[in-house]
Ligand binder design. Structure first.
Ligand SMILES: [Zn+2]
Ligand SMILES: [Zn+2]
Length: 337
């Protein structure tokens, strides 16, 4: 089969043999697979992976073959895949913290993933979805499931003011989730003004351009002293530092963006103590994928307004460039092209 293989140095489309499926696995004909910031970091050497491996962890497709012990799934089912495979046997799994599994392996990172014509997936990681769902939207279920866990960690209460720092794809997902909560104000901080209209349409009460406005003053003014909840969706120490300044006394900072591993952030412990702050983060998507599927298939979350650019597998380099240069909000590889 044709597949985009990361060999430890670079990514190229190759012919990759396909093994036989095990009794508890299914063979999927991939329809679409999203290009994620993590894919770009892996190829750049800034995020861990287990090469040689086919990348792509945000995907959906049609089941071609099921292992003989598989129940609840059949040939021709359309499924989205949760790529994170936990062992169920380590001390973290046994306490329900499957995202912290000591033997965690992810499709598209450690095991061959979705930038390929076909992918072999454990049946338990497949979520059946109606065939009418747009495959590009089904490919967004994985990032939505991660955003859902971050949203849970934010513990939004009625009347809270929320600041979302970063209005890219992840910030937009977070905004759509926060909009369903009883928050009072939702403010998004985003420099790219081309994105402001969509952010407002998706429920932002206010979108602030940090290159034009004094964000801190505006937030303190609108929220009377800071937001109860600030969710950082950029992925840099500088963005975390700014986000911290927007939190009200007694408030909560959620670090959702993935900062480079070598960046640090200086903070005075006394300030955290005196303001009684909660600082938390969000890693992967423990037990949130089913909820993400429900929100999409019931129309509670709509991706119809998200600008998604699709590329065939052979143009994966171009697709990566599209994502790196932020030429569209989301980039997908369409295996049907
Ligand atoms: Zn991802
Ligand atoms: Zn485990």
């Amino acid at each position: 089969m044709r597949a985009a293989l990361f060999n430890g140095n670079d990514l190229s489309v190759v012919n990759r043999p396909l093994r036989a499926i095990a009794v508890d696995e299914v063979l999927i004909k991939v329809a679409a697979c999203g290009v994620c910031g993590t894919d770009i970091k892996i190829v750049a050497g800034h995020s861990a992976a287990t090469p040689p491996v086919v990348l792509g962890h945000e995907f959906c497709g049609t089941i071609l073959q099921v292992g003989k012990n598989v129940r609840n799934l059949s040939e021709d089912d359309f499924v989205a895949v949760d790529p994170n495979i936990f062992c169920g046997q380590c001390r973290f799994c046994r306490k329900g913290k499957i995202n912290l599994c000591e033997n965690l392996a992810a499709l598209g990172v450690d095991i061959d993933g979705g930038f390929a014509e076909y992918c072999i997936v454990p049946a338990g990681r497949c979520y059946r979805i109606p065939a009418v769902v747009n495959p590009y939207h089904a490919a967004l279920l994985e990032p939505l499931s991660c955003a859902l866990y971050g949203f849970q960690k934010a513990e939004v209460k009625p009347g809270d003011a929320i600041v979302i720092v970063g209005g890219g794809m992840i910030g937009l997902l977070m905004l759509k989730l926060c909009r369903m909560s009883p928050a009072k104000h939702i403010i998004v901080v985003e420099p790219d003004e081309k994105r402001h209209r969509l952010l407002k349409k998706s429920g932002a009460d206010r979108v602030i351009n940090p290159q034009k406005d004094n964000v801190e003053n505006e937030i303190i003014d609108i929220t009377r002293g800071g937001a109860e909840i600030v969710i950082e969706c950029v992925g840099s120490a500088a963005a975390v530092r700014q986000s911290y300044n927007y939190v009200k006394r007694g408030g909560r900072l959620v670090i959702f963006g993935v900062s480079p591993a070598d960046q640090t952030w200086n903070v005075a412990p006394y300030d955290i103590f005196r303001k009684d702050l909660t600082i938390t983060a969000s890693f992967l998507n423990p037990f949130t994928f089913q909820t993400a599927v429900g929100l999409l298939t019931n129309g509670k979350i709509d991706f119809g307004d998200v600008e998604i650019k699709a590329f065939p597998l052979d143009e994966i380099q171009e697709a990566f460039n599209n994502q790196i240069q932020r030429r569209s909000l989301k980039t997908v590889i369409d295996l049907r092209l």
